[in-house]
Ligand binder design. Structure first.
Ligand SMILES: C[S@@+](CC[C@H](N)C(=O)[O-])C[C@H]1O[C@@H](n2cnc3c(N)ncnc32)[C@H](O)[C@@H]1O
Length: 317
């Protein structure tokens, strides 16, 4: 139980627990010993979502996790097994009664709808919390294009931060509907938003033909997906994707690019982005690097556990 307590206390002492806060309270790859290394615990208000990676297979969720969360007043706990390949199963309830439908959680200045049941993900990626705060602080006045938006959390962050207009694009219609719900939840005006259920490889050229330019384009693709325009994979399509996005960037615009892949190295990723920039005759400055946040610690010497990579880039012209 020591490692769970240590992780909890570290966050508590730094004031990371707020009312209805969404927060990773334990990240096994960095904070766990042998038994808990393949587990992560996310808090959504009083409800908890325990992820177990396949590496933990067989054992299920150890009683020490449940005892720990029970002692901290958990209203409910669900768990989801995430295989390294393929689609995970639905979450299983381990404790209490999670809400049937969506409910509201918070990050500073922002609200989101999450869901604990009948979903393969609660609807909010907690590793992108710092990026949401960055957009919230910086997006004032921007025309933003958020692609691979999922439930639109980055759109909401930009909108709540005063963006002039936000276009939100995702292949999955249910994700776009969820994004619209999140936009409304934050009291944002429908006139300053456009929601598109469609394939990036169809829509990026189409937005270009419409003559659109954006002050900020966000790319956050999955490692692999199959859309109407064929399949996408970070292994083969990063250059093409970045070139399409760069063509939509206004002079001096900001490109937020992030991938979620332990297999693609920083240098390989940088080479693809650079090669796209050269093709588009654009130059970029690095404003900051996107990496796992402090609530997702990993062990020194285990670079392969740092799956989240990216940059916030500003076009020089
Ligand atoms: C990793 S999630 C993005 C997370 C999101 N940026 C956030 O912060 O919550 C990937 C999303 O990309 C979408 N997607 C996958 N292939 C796509 C494509 N070809 N065109 C548009 N969206 C796609 C999926 O439906 C999924 O919602």
């Amino acid at each position: 139980m020591k490692e769970l307590e240590r992780a909890w206390r570290w966050r508590e002492e730094r004031g990371l627990f707020g009312e209805l806060q969404a927060l990773r309270v334990f990240h096994g790859p960095g904070e766990g010993g042998k038994e808990l290394r393949a587990f992560a615990i996310d808090r959504f208000g009083g409800h908890y979502w325990v992820t177990q990676w396949e590496r933990a297979a067989g054992g299920g969720v150890p009683a020490k996790i449940l005892d720990f969360l029970r002692a901290r007043g958990a209203a409910s706990v669900v768990t989801l097994s995430r295989p390294e390949q393929g689609v995970p199963e639905e979450p299983q309830v381990l404790l209490g009664e999670p809400p049937e439908g969506r409910f509201t959680v918070k990050e500073p200045g922002l609200k989101f709808h999450v869901q604990m049941l009948k979903a393969r993900h609660p609807g909010l990626f907690l590793d992108h919390a710092p990026l949401r705060q960055w957009l919230f602080r910086r997006a004032r006045g921007w025309r933003v294009l958020n692609t691979f938006s999922y439930t639109g959390s980055l759109s909401v962050a930009a909108g709540a931060g005063g963006a002039a207009h936000v276009t939100t694009l995702d292949l999955a219609k249910p994700a776009i509907q969820w994004a619209e719900q999140n936009w409304a939840l934050n009291g944002l005006a429908s006139e300053s938003a456009r929601f598109i259920a469609g394939d990036v490889f169809e829509w990026l050229p189409r937005l270009r033909r419409e003559g659109k330019l954006f002050d900020c384009v966000i790319l956050d693709p999955p490692s692999f997906s199959r859309g109407k325009k064929g399949s996408f994979s970070t292994a083969k399509d990063l250059k093409k994707l970045h070139a399409e996005a760069m063509a939509l960037l206004a002079p001096g615009g900001v490109l937020v690019t992030s991938i979620n892949s332990a297999q693609i190295s920083w240098s390989r990723y940088e080479a693809d982005v650079l090669s796209a920039a050269r093709e588009c005759r654009r130059e970029f400055e690095i404003l900051s690097r996107i990496d796992l946040p402090e609530t997702f610690p990993t062990r020194l010497g285990s670079e392969e556990d740092r799956y989240l990579k990216g940059w916030i880039l500003r076009a020089r012209q």
